[in-house]
Ligand binder design. Structure first.
Ligand SMILES: [Zn+2]
Length: 357
């Protein structure tokens, strides 16, 4: 449990804003290398770890995205404040009065995003909109900022510690969206060393900005099928209504049948049946759902080449796309079991073309 916690903590706290994923990729490389036959990085920045299976057995790609939402330095004012652009979908209010880390040329630096004190705010003030927000790094002027190695294009991530909440296996931190999938992928590969299928474990880049890394990895590997690991929007807190997302943390991994009301993945029937049968056989507590919003890498993988049969295993997560995401370790462990069992069952599939039954 201690090792499990420290790997998750490391994955959550390590910065990897879309386009700048190399630090998380290094963790994946270190963890996956002893578990597979071959590890390589492709040109867009994905990591592809391959475990060869029996000849003629299915080749399955599993993916988890390495990137997280964050900021990018847009310009520096004469008086030494930093304006930024958002990378990925971020609520303006998530940024207000937050500590950030700037990944400058000369090393990581702390900054804060400040606003007017409440005493002076008037109705209609727009100082809390992203265009008016700025990062303060304590510099006197633009030269002072530049001296710190900060330039246009410098990546900025949230400064947030990973923690246990209470004593109920509940965790909180930044980038659980993405890194929980990375963690499940690593843990599953530990258990798949003798699996019959060839398994490609892929850490993808640039998911939060258009499902990009997964698309090129799927094209290059051309697998028989794909399973994507990501998070599902949990709706079990007061701000959410049941119909918005009937997903609870602690009730097991989610088998997502349709994403984004059909704009994302529509799970391939053979994959759907494999997932549900594996969950039932091993009595893995799970939630079968469809979603109105939110799509994953599977949305671009299943449209690659002639269509790659795909499915998603999602871990319920509260407060997605904020630095204080909350999830349950029970669901994470359930997702590992479900993934391993599904890949083992996939070994018997000889034809991935679905025929009506
Ligand atoms: Zn995600």
């Amino acid at each position: 449990m201690i090792d499990q916690f420290s790997l998750l903590k490391d994955l959550s706290e390590t910065p990897a804003v879309s386009g700048d994923e190399f630090r998380v990729r290094d963790i994946l490389a270190k963890e996956l290398r002893p578990l597979v036959d071959e590890v390589r990085f492709d040109k867009i920045g994905n990591i592809i770890a391959t475990k060869h299976g029996k000849p003629n057995a299915p080749r399955i790609m599993i993916t988890a995205h390495m990137d997280e939402i964050g900021l990018l330095v847009k310009y520096i004012t004469d008086d030494g404040f930093i304006s930024f652009t958002r990378i990925g979908a971020i609520n303006d209010r998530t940024l207000i009065n937050r500590r950030v880390v700037l990944h400058a040329k000369k090393g990581d630096l702390h900054g804060v995003i400040g606003t007017k004190p409440p005493h002076l705010r008037k109705k209609g003030d727009d100082d809390e909109k992203v265009a008016a927000l700025f990062i303060d790094v304590g510099a006197k002027d633009r030269k002072g900022v530049e001296k710190l190695g900060i330039a246009i294009g410098t990546y900025v991530s949230f400064d947030q510690r990973f923690e246990n909440l209470g004593g109920n296996n509940i965790i909180t931190g930044k980038a659980l969206d993405g890194r929980l999938g990375c963690y499940v992928m690593i843990e599953a590969m530990r258990k798949l060393r003798k699996a019959g299928c060839t398994v490609y474990a892929v850490g993808t880049v640039q998911e939060a900005v258009g499902l990009k890394g997964a698309r090129v990895a799927a094209f290059s590997l051309n697998p028989d099928a794909a399973l994507v690991l990501d998070v599902a929007v949990a709706g079990d807190f007061p701000a959410m209504l049941l119909h918005e997302s009937p997903v609870n943390i602690g009730d097991g991994p989610v088998i997502m049948l349709v994403e984004g009301a059909g704009r994302g993945l529509i799970t391939h029937p053979i994959i759907r049946d494999l997932l549900v049968a594996a969950a039932d056989k091993l009595k893995i507590k799970h939630q079968i759902r469809v979603s109105d919003a939110g799509i994953t890498d599977a949305g671009s993988i299943y449209l690659t080449r002639e269509g790659i049969p795909s499915g998603v295993i999602s871990i319920p997560c509260r407060y997605i796309h904020s630095p204080i995401e909350v999830a349950s370790m029970k669901d994470v462990d359930g997702a590992v079991k479900l993934l391993v069992a599904t890949i083992k069952a996939a070994e018997k599939v000889t034809d991935w073309v679905h025929k009506a039954s």
